[in-house]
Design a protein around this ligand. Structure first.
Ligand code: TYD
Length: 199
């Protein structure tokens, strides 16, 4: 099974990915836990180009192509081989992040994301959890975490609010695949909601 977690920056999805991986391992599954952008050696190198540096470093189209190149490498080298071995793959972000982030930056790019996805990626998770967190809460978490990967967080609160709305709209578009999880409360609360939403 291929599971992805999505949400705005600082939504708590990375913690929930780890917690679900631990729980499934305790239940006897072999779990590959991974993330985007990155997850494979080549994709991690592309990640550096994307998350470091100023917001104007790449045009929206170049940025989208870099995300796609990273995802292609990730799918080829890590996700598909793990699924072929019968493992459960949990990815911290996947194509929905491109649909929402790159689709928001320029409306017509949403269509471009779909076309490129169909041409060069082609696979979707079996199940996607959108961890739905209030942007003010998420921002406070991000600031507490620090680090130099601040390119996206620096886009501001209004952008994060639009991203949140974008993920919720996507959940309505793909109701079979996407489950919206309330990201409020403690990590335990959210983890329990994720487990309850597992098929
Ligand atoms: P990530 O490391 O998940 O950041 P965080 O842990 O703060 O959520 O992702 C880095 C940034 O890349 C994040 O702001 C989302 C963005 N992103 C896109 O814009 N498009 C994509 O396709 C992906 C995978 C990520």
């Amino acid at each position: 099974m291929f599971i992805s977690f999505e949400g705005i920056d600082g939504s708590g999805k990375s913690t929930q990915c780890r917690r679900l991986a631990e729980t499934l391992r305790q239940r006897g599954a072999v779990v590959t836990l991974t993330r985007e952008p990155g997850g494979s050696e080549g994709a991690e190198q592309i990640r550096k180009l994307l998350v470091e540096g100023g917001g104007e470093r790449w045009s929206p189209e170049t940025e989208l192509l870099l995300f796609m190149a990273a995802r292609r490498d990730h799918v080829e080298r890590l996700i598909e081989p793990a699924l072929a071995r019968g493992e459960t793959v949990i990815s911290d972000r996947f194509a929905d992040s491109s649909r929402v982030y790159q689709g928001l930056v320029r409306a017509e790019n949403r269509k471009l994301v779909e076309e490129l996805h169909r041409l060069v990626i082609g696979i979707e998770p079996d199940l996607t959890f959108v961890i739905d967190t209030d942007p003010s809460t998420a921002r406070a978490r991000g600031e507490a975490r620090g680090g130099n990967e601040d390119r996206f967080e620096s886009l501001g609160l209004a952008f994060q609010q639009d991203l949140r709305a974008g993920f919720l709209a996507l959940a309505r578009e793909f109701p079979q695949r996407i489950r919206v999880i309330d990201g409020g409360g403690t990590q335990d609360d959210v983890a329990a909601r994720v487990l309850a939403a597992l098929p």
